[in-house]
Structures are given as structure tokens and as C-alpha cells.
Design a binder for this molecule. Sequence first.
Ligand code: GLU
Length: 316
Amino acid sequence: MRPTTTRLAPSPTGALHLGNARTFLINYLMARREGWRVLMRVEDLDGPRVKAHATEEMLTDLAWLGLCWDEPIIYQSQRADDYRRSLEHLIDIGAAYPCTCSRKDIETAASAPHAEDATGAYPGTCRGRYESAEQAAAESGRPVAWRVRVTAEPIVVADRFCGPTTFDLSRAGGDFVIFKNDGAAAYQLAVVVDDAAAGVDAVVRGNDLLDSAARQIHLRRLLGVGPEPAYWHLPLVTGPDGRRLAKRHGDTRLAAYRQRGVTPQRILGLLGAMSGIIPPPAGEASLDDLLDRFDLAALSANSTVLTADHTASLSP
Ligand code: GLU
């Protein structure tokens, strides 16, 4: 039997910090504990936001922590043909349509006094409006994106960490973009096509993507790519203000610690203590120490706060 397959899927739109490193670490510990195959997929599709050198630096950071993965690395920027084929399939079955709405058009429609749908979902302006992308471009004079139709039929994400969660995509965002108007595949489609192509059947990631799982299940069904993967959406790391970890909370980039001479064992010790794997205070830990003691049930269901004491434990 083929082993369970998971993937680490960093986006090189910024540097790896303690928050995203924590999610990758837990994904990795789960995989090693259970004997899963680990793939590396670089999500470098978002052209304007992808930063030069970020890919290399992220891979270096993860390897520095001791994480390893199967070769070859998958780069989304090299998989345009597969995404295009899936788009064509969705067009052929009548599930996708061209859209020329600008962000402003969508905001205006949603805030109209008699807008029927006050959920902030895409109002469906371009649904059934054009026969083809060519017609959409000619009539609007704008670049064309593609959206997929959603229905009000509830989609249950049987999440193994958060529990089952039900989404009505017609209210949660509505028809969503699967190809952007710059001609690149959008995140939701690329993830589904890649996960299916690589046989990924265990997805572990931040719980900010829980609603994306519902969109991805919807796309999987339309594309007929087999059963959905098992999902674990994990709590995010926040700063003391409760907001998702970011620059405003100080420099928590792994690369910055590395350059300052902090050892990977201290980072692992801190992440392990923050995740209930080893008792506080945070000291040093090796990946093997964490593997020995790892228990996903010890991870708090609430977001994990990175405190000043935590970061102080990493000062030289
Ligand atoms: N690239 C995404 C991120 O870094 C993860 C996408 C996924 O796991 O599906 O947040």
C-alpha cells in the first residue's frame, strides 16, 4: 500500500517566522511519527508578491531546523499547463465562467442599498454574462479572470483537529476565482490540482485556511479527483495582542535568529514548549526529543501566544 503523503507548502511571499515554522514543525512531527511521506511544494504562483531569494531562504531555514523531504521539490510556477487543463475541464462542464469585475465593482454591488446578499459574497455579476473569454475581453476592455460556480449545498470539512465544520459557500464568499486576470492559476485551484497529482492525502496547515478546505473539496468534486485528504487545521501563533504573528511583533524570522547565532535546538525547544510537547521553560531540544514526546492532543485548541518571555529565551 502507498504510504500516506503530506506536503510542506510554504509561500515565498515573506520570510519564515516562528509562527509558520511552528505549523511546519508539527506537520513534520506528525509525518515522522506516522511514517508518512513528506513532499515539499513551493507555492510561488503569486507573481508580484513572491520575493526574490525567499524560496531559497525558506528551504534553508527548514533544513536548518532539521526538516527533510522527498526530492524533487515541486514548484507551482512550473505547473501552469496542469492548471490550465483543469480550468479547461471546468469550463467544459459549465462550472467555470469568465469574470471582468474589478474589486471596486464587487464592493459597489455588495454595498448597494437593496443588495439581496449582505454576506459580502461575490454577487454573481458575471455569472451567465458572457459566452466566452474573448467576448468578455472585447465587451469589457478588461483582462479576464475565471470563477467557479458554488451552490448552497453545505460542505462539511471533517477536520481532525477542529472537528467537523460546515460551510455554505454561496454565503461564504460565493463563486470564487480559480484563474486570475493576470493569467496565473489562483491558490485554490493550484492546491487541488497539485495535491491530487502528488497523491497528497494528509493536509496539515494553519486554521486560517479552514474555509479554503471547503472550496478545495468543492473543486475536487467538480474535477473528480478522488476522495478528499484528511485535514488538520492547526491554531495560529499570535502576538500578545492576539493578532496573527507579523512584523509588528518584532523580528521573529528564523533567518534573523540563525544569523545571530541562535541554534536550531533553541528554536525547537521554544516551539516545543509553546506546543505542549515539552514542559516550560523553553530550553534546548533536538528534533528527536520532540519526536519522542510529540502528542498532538497536547496542542491547545486556542491560538498560541508568543510572549516577550518566549522571544527573550532566544536572545544571546
Ligand atoms: N502556501 C500556504 C501558506 O503558506 C499553505 C497552503 C496550503 O497548505 O494549502 O499559508
